[in-house]
Design a protein around this ligand. Structure first.
Ligand code: HEM
Length: 215
């Protein structure tokens, strides 16, 4: 009886983990807003451009890690964090593009010329465009409207988007920082894991996918 009451009153771990994850994902943006309001940023738009790009890249990779983490740990609720991580990745990408437009004073002619002249910007744009339908159809109602199979096929766009974003990151710097290679290793590992799972358990993957919790 006491044990049953204790079990009922115990807080489910995701009730704490999900708000904590939200706070962690929002932290970089909150910190910039704080520093910006306090006038502490020497070059606000450049800082926002570089830092938001980095966090967008990190959260794209983190989003791809959710399903393998759920499979490796067997903790089902981990899967329910994927939409939050993906939407934060899209949010930081939007901030990144906004900072770029803002840095050059919304001079659209110049910005279009830059995209045409710099291959790494074209790749970044392609990655961003691939992420738009993913963010737009992230809700449960979109999943129902599209149907599980079509929704899953559409959401596989996250893989080319991640690879293009990484390529953009690699080319954006004359001398790529070490983190570029860390991301390369993580992406290779995560994509390999996805391929192994799909190859070994095609029917199990389809069953999980039918519940809408696996790409
Ligand atoms: C999924 C989409 C994108 C991701 C994940 C991304 C990520 C990144 C990353 C990680 C960097 C390096 C930041 C650093 O040096 O610390 C970067 C640099 C840059 N990105 Fe993106 N990017 C994306 C899309 C775009 C788009 C669409 C544009 C504009 C058309 C853009 C413009 C730039 C510019 C101008 C830089 C160089 C910043 C500098 O060093 O001054 N990015 N991006």
């Amino acid at each position: 009886m006491i044990r049953a009451m204790a079990a009922r009153s115990a807080i489910a771990p995701q009730k704490i983990a999900k708000p904590a994850l939200f706070a962690l994902l929002a932290w970089p943006a909150a910190e910039w807003a704080w520093n910006y309001i306090g006038g502490e940023l020497f070059s606000p738009w450049r800082t926002l451009l570089q830092d938001s790009g980095l966090w967008a890249m990190r959260f794209i990779v983190l989003g791809l890690a959710v399903t393998p983490l759920r499979i490796a740990t067997g903790i089902g609720w981990i899967q329910t964090t994927r939409r939050m991580v993906g939407l934060f990745a899209a949010f930081y990408t939007a901030l990144h593009v906004f900072a770029w437009c803002r840095q050059y004073g919304y001079d659209w002619g110049f910005l279009l010329g830059e995209i045409a002249a710099r291959f790494y910007l074209l790749i970044g744009l392609a990655a961003t465009l691939l992420m738009v339908p993913l963010a737009a159809t992230s809700t449960a109602s979109s999943m129902r409207a599209l149907g599980g199979a079509r929704w899953r096929s559409l959401h596989r766009l996250v893989f080319p988007a991640a690879l293009l974003a990484w390529w953009h990151y690699l080319l954006s710097r004359g001398v790529p920082p070490r983190e570029v290679y860390v991301h390369a290793g993580l992406l290779a590992l995560l994509l390999a894991m996805r391929m192994i799972v799909a190859w070994r358990r095609p029917s199990a993957g389809a069953m999980v996918g039918a519940r809408g919790d696996e790409r």
